[in-house]
Every structure is written in structure tokens, then in C-alpha cells.
Design a protein around this ligand. Structure first.
Ligand code: PEP
Ligand code: MN
Length: 367
């Protein structure tokens, strides 16, 4: 159920209900306030029947709504505190605001290998108008035989890139045991497509209090994706941003003629229509092809995405790159080499977005 507060309800009235629910009934509350100024309490846990006779009569309560969705924390229909037409919860990361009027562009290398590579790429991202830096220090890989990241060393490179450019950082965390460490270095945690079934990782990321970028599982339905977002919010952390990053479809063959995955543009519309969380798109991981990235970026923004996450490179990198580990030089394949835009290509993409006015989030006519 969801407790909807009258606009003039006092904090004391809210605390009385919170204490009743938490102390007397052992439930747990997530408070959500929307753009209309109205606040709701979303109740987590199995609610006893008699609450429906108690809550509606309590001072300050405007409504007590039955919620019929597994992703009730993020379901728009239970949030009268948000206006229609895809108005969303706002999530601030540094100066970037997801769900605001401006599209948030996150750019950076797929993987971080060296300080130089990370800082140089961050400067390119910044020079072309990106608002945040991405980069993986812990890399989920398709086979166990591939490089899996520079780990804490890589986090230090990202922190230095932030110090030099001012760009806030998002990076993937793969394991619940690493959440605390990763959260110390970065501004936003990314939960990747391969982690979409990892309940404990989600719980831990939610508990970190850091904003979380929830990438859709590539085999997951829209509802399952929104369930994942609710898992973060259920920890009291409503700094949730969704990311559509492509799903596996019949178009995707081993040789990628149809793209590595298929960017599900409809899922962006679905998120805008049914969820209160902002949603961005990752056309780089969706397609795996850099020449498709600008078209997919525009399509995603036209469908109402609140931003993009784009793989870029500091130059035309070589397919293999070296880094130092335990004092020894190691040379590995540059992860996701085929999808990273070089500086000129990224600049053209950003110019194209601005020229079409897509740097402002598109207003939709939704229910
Ligand atoms: C990434 O962004 O580096 C990544 C691995 O993304 P995804 O989980 O969407 O594949
Ligand atoms: Mn990648």
C-alpha cells in the first residue's frame, strides 16, 4: 500500500504514521516526494489487513492506495506526487541532474587501463560537453579468458580524472563484497546487464546510499527491470536511474550483422510511461558498432531518454593496450574496441544532438 499525504500534512503527523508502521507493525517505509510537492510513504513488507481501518483516519493522510505491481516503489500509477507526461523523480550526481530538462551525457572508455588513458579520455569527454565520466575498473566479460579490469588501481585513475576535469564518475560494481570500496571512489554505481539477477549485489548497492544506474538485463522484461530498480529503492535509496542497453532478439547473430544486442526503444517509452525513475540509453553496448551509435542515440533521445551513456576512446586506440600490474607490464585486448567513438566522432555526435535540440529532454504525451 501507499500512504498519500495531504499537501499541508505536518512532519509530526508523518512521523506518527512512520513510527506506527515501523515500530508496531515491523514494516519498513520509503519516503518519496515528487515535483507536485506531495509526499507518499511506500510500505515495504507484508501489510496486515487491519491497517486499512487505521491509516485513512490518521491526521494528515489524504489517501491509502492499494498497490498492485511488483515494482510498486517506482510505478507511476501509485505516485500522485508526480505529474503526468513522464514527469520523473530527479536524481542529482554532482552537477548532472537525471530527469531534469537537460539530457545527461555520460561518456568515457569502456575499460580503464592506465592513468594517462583515463585522464586523456576524460578530457575529451569534458571538452565535447559530456556531463559525467564512465569507465570500468571491474569488467564483466563474456568468457573467463578475457581481461577483467584493473580494479582498485583503475578506481584511482577515475578519481584522478575527476580531480582534473570535475566530471562525476559512474563505474560498474560486480560483486557485493566490492560495493563499499567502489563507493568510496565514485559518484554513482553501475549495475551491469549480467548482474540483473544478483539480488545481494542490488541490496548492497542500495544500502551504499550512492545513486545507482540500473542497466536492464539483456534477457529481462521491462517489468523485471523495474523490479530491479525497486530493489534499490527498497533499501531507502531513491537515487535510481534506469538504463536501456539492448536486449537479445532474433536480430542478434553470432557475427553481429544485426548488432550485438537490440536497443529496445519501446522500453524507454515504457519507462517514461510507467515508472517514476529517469531513464537513459546505452547505444554503444546495445549495438556494439560505433557507426550505429549516433543514429541510436538520436532515436533514444527522441523516445524521451533523459540521457545517454557512450563509449569513447581518446584517439583511434590500438586493439591491444598495455597496463601495469604488480610491477609488470601486461598487454591485453581493448575491451569493446569496435564500439568506442574517437574524439572526432564523439564531437560530431554531440554537435548533431545539439543541432536537433535533443540536448533538452523531449516532452512526451503519455498517460
Ligand atoms: C559497460 O557499461 O561497461 C557494460 C559492461 O555494460 P552492460 O552491463 O550494459 O553490458
Ligand atoms: Mn563494454
Amino acid at each position: 500500500m501507499s500512504v498519500v499525504w495531504r499537501p499541508d500534512a505536518s512532519e509530526q503527523q508523518k512521523i506518527t504514521v512512520k513510527d506506527l508502521l515501523e515500530q508496531d507493525f515491523g514494516l519498513h517505509i520509503v519516503r518519496i516526494k515528487g515535483s507536485t510537492g506531495v509526499e507518499t510513504f511506500q510500505i515495504i513488507g507484508e501489510e496486515p489487513e487491519d491497517l486499512k481501518d487505521i491509516i485513512p483516519g490518521m491526521p494528515g493522510v489524504s489517501d491509502y492506495i492499494k498497490v498492485n505491481a511488483s515494482f510498486k516503489l517506482g510505478a507511476r500509477e501509485f505516485h500522485p506526487e508526480f505529474k503526468k507526461n513522464g514527469d520523473t523523480h530527479k536524481v542529482r550526481v554532482g552537477d548532472a541532474v537525471f530527469g531534469g530538462e537537460k539530457a545527461v551525457i555520460i561518456a568515457g572508455p569502456c575499460g580503464v587501463y592506465t592513468l594517462e588513458q583515463t585522464v586523456e579520455t576524460a578530457k575529451i569527454a569534458k571538452d565535447h560537453g559530456a556531463h559525467m565520466l564512465r569507465g570500468g575498473a571491474y569488467k564483466p566479460r563474456t568468457t573467463p579468458h578475457s581481461f577483467t579490469g584493473t580494479e582498485e588501481e583503475g578506481l584511482k585513475f577515475l578519481a584522478e580524472a575527476k580531480a582534473q576535469t570535475g566530471l562525476p564518475i559512474v563505474t560498474e560494481v560486480l560483486d557485493s563484497r566490492d560495493v563499499e570500496l567502489v563507493a568510496k571512489y565514485v559518484d554513482m554505481l553501475q549495475l551491469g546487464t549480467r548482474s540483473a539477477q544478483n539480488q545481494e549485489l542490488y541490496n548492497e548497492a542500495g544500502r551504499s546510499g550512492k545513486p545507482v544506474l540500473v542497466k536492464r538485463g539483456f534477457g529481462n522484461t521491462v517489468e523485471e527491470w523495474l523490479d530491479d530498480a525497486d530493489r534499490i529503492a527498497a533499501q531507502g535509496n531513491t537515487n535510481v536511474v534506469l538504463c536501456e542497453r539492448g536486449i537479445r532478439t532474433v536480430s542478434n547473430t553470432e557475427r553481429w550483422h544485426g548488432g550485438r544486442f537490440t536497443l529496445d526503444i519501446q522500453a524507454i517509452l515504457a519507462a517514461r510511461e510507467y515508472a517514476i525513475w529517469p531513464v537513459i540509453a546505452d547505444p554503444s553496448h546495445a549495438s556494439g558498432k560505433k557507426n550505429w551509435v549516433p543514429y541510436l542515440s538520436e532515436a533514444a533521445l527522441r523516445a524521451g531518454a533523459h540521457g545517454l551513456e557512450i563509449d569513447i576512446m581518446r584517439a583511434d586506440e590500438k586493439p591491444r593496450i598495455s597496463y601495469m600490474a604488480n610491477g609488470k607490464k601486461r598487454t591485453v585486448g581493448y575491451v569493446d574496441f569496435a564500439q568506442g567513438l574517437n574524439p572526432t566522432e564523439f564531437g560530431a555526435l554531440m554537435d548533431g544532438i545539439r543541432a536537433q535540440g535533443l540536448d533538452r529532454v523531449v516532452q512526451l504525451h503519455l498517460k
